[in-house]
Design a protein around this ligand. Sequence first.
Ligand code: RP5
Length: 191
Amino acid sequence: TVQDLIDRLEAEAAADADPETTPDVGIVMGSDSDLPVMEGAYDALSELGFAEQTDFHDAPDARFTFESYVVSAHRTPELMYAYGETAAARGLDVIVAGAGGKSADLPNMTASIAYPIPVIGVPVQEKSVDSVIGMPTGAPIVAVDAGKSFNAALSAAQVLAREHDELEERLAAYHEDLKGGVADVSADLHD
Ligand code: RP5
């Protein structure tokens, strides 16, 4: 039940776990119908060697990890509050939050509740861009363009990399690959 999930988040927040063993990035989405778009965030983090951590108390054998939850701002507002309020105590460093439609409130509300943990918002459909980026002065959110969950997760990794040289190196390698890809395509044009 939703209450079980809330109890679990609160217990994890109270556990005072070693931050090295808890998820670094939290991915949340308003509905499982957002999954096809939000899978881009999984892809980006997986490419950087992050592992999905399904059990808070049982970290996989990877230096960097992420978790994911479906949290609806409208169907389960109490869960959204619990997730945002416990984010820092649960050891999360950054959250990637996606929602769609005209009721895309999850990224914005999570940004307000989880403050100061940075939230990167992903509008799941084009029409929700305004609602995700339209935050009032003093309550900011960082957001990407509609559907760009891959870039949102890369930004999340960049935030983390400020404190982790190893991740900085993985991002540098990723950027070298990107450059190599462009150079290859360019060379192919002349074949
Ligand atoms: C939003 O409403 C969700 O993030 C989703 O994009 C949209 C529709 O959800 P479903 O009716 O498909 O569950 O809050």
